[in-house]
Ligand binder design. Structure first.
Ligand code: 5GP
Ligand code: MN
Ligand code: MN
Length: 319
């Protein structure tokens, strides 16, 4: 894909990502936004996205995002959906659907592509890496675009730790840091640093975690009452499931938080033997082989029973 070619002649360009945007989503969207504002000075370029977490306020122009999803443009000439399939676009879906040209850039194996133009690469580390690749003329990059895309890559690779990190990912990152932003600080501030509440709730989730399936699975849950007690927001729970996955002997980690009386947002992580995209996909969610998610209805025990049946099916073939 060559973004510059795709937007030629467009008077209005919209950009969005998925609901509850993570670092890759925000990085890819903002990297593309800053790039398009620079190379299409005659076009109206707008981002319509849920408000990013406070840690992303270091990204240039993040305050320009239309977080209330209102816009003066009835029908965009081009609309980009990044890091998402249609089911997770939320309020942006209507703008994507009505756009004259829809472009979908994503790396989720569960996404078959929903645009007129699709750049879906399941092997790519992140949507941000795909945006980097789609900027063919690298002389058009600058420090702020590079910083946004770098944030996206470090978030989806766990700072180059997960198996989705490829030589191409590292080459892209090497090029990006050559633009001279303070990357060690960025990694600390957007990835490792936790607020007091985030650490407390992480500790609580670890303390209350339960091993099952002979120690091959671990699960933890935070209910609404506990969220309220700590005044925690969903983004304060990011990273808990990755910590659970680090438990020795564990093949599959499950973390969920309650979103309604009988509804939970489930995060799944695998150490390689279980394809969690398949598990989440079975219940209507999706993601990647080693990191996936889904929203499920029922009690905590219903959900664990349903999930463990699917996980066990995969594990029993792999002793
Ligand atoms: P997380 O567990 O961090 O929320 O998500 C892990 C991965 O699964 C991410 O790549 C995310 O995009 C994907 N994912 C999480 N929840 C859902 C969901 O409800 N539906 C789909 N299709 N993908 C999800
Ligand atoms: Mn994402
Ligand atoms: Mn992503």
């Amino acid at each position: 894909m060559n973004i510059f070619e795709e937007v030629k002649g467009a008077g209005s360009i919209g950009i969005s990502g998925h609901i509850r945007p993570d670092g890759d989503c925000v990085g890819a969207v903002m990297g593309l936004y800053l790039f398009l504002k620079k190379v299409c000075p005659g076009a109206k370029v707008q981002v319509l996205l849920e408000k990013p977490a406070d840690i992303f306020s270091c990204i240039k122009d993040v305050e320009e995002i239309h977080t209330d999803f209102t816009t003066d443009i009835a029908c965009f000439d081009v609309f980009f959906a990044l890091d998402t399939s249609k089911d997770r676009m939320g309020e942006a879906e209507k703008y994507f659907d009505s756009a004259k040209k829809k472009i979908n850039i994503d790396h989720h194996i569960s996404n078959k592509g929903c645009g007129d133009v699709n750049d879906i690469v399941p092997d790519a580390s992140s949507a941000s890496e795909l945006v980097y690749n789609a900027i063919s003329d690298k002389s058009l990059l600058d420090k702020e675009i590079a910083k946004a895309l770098y944030i996206g890559i470090i978030h989806d690779t766990g700072v180059f730790q997960y198996s989705n990190t490829s030589p191409a990912t590292l080459k892209a990152a090497a090029d990006l840091i050559s633009y001279g932003f303070d990357f060690p600080r960025l990694i600390d501030e957007t990835f490792y640093e936790k607020t007091y509440v985030q650490n407390q709730i992480l500790g609580r989730a670890l303390l209350e975690s339960i091993m099952f399936m002979d120690g091959r699975c671990v699960v933890s849950m935070i209910d609404r009452k506990t969220m309220k007690f700590y005044r925690a927001r969903p983004e304060d729970l990011d990273g808990i499931v990755n910590q659970l996955r680090n438990t020795k002997g564990v093949e599959c980690a499950i973390f969920m938080y309650q979103t309604d009386t009988l509804e939970y947002k489930v995060s799944l992580r695998s150490n390689g033997k279980v394809d969690v995209a398949k598990v989440a996909g079975f219940f209507g969610g999706g993601g990647h082989v080693r990191a996936a998610g889904v929203t499920m209805q029922g009690t905590f025990y219903d959900i664990i029973n349903n999930l463990s049946a699917r996980i066990e099916m995969q594990l029993k073939d792999k002793k």
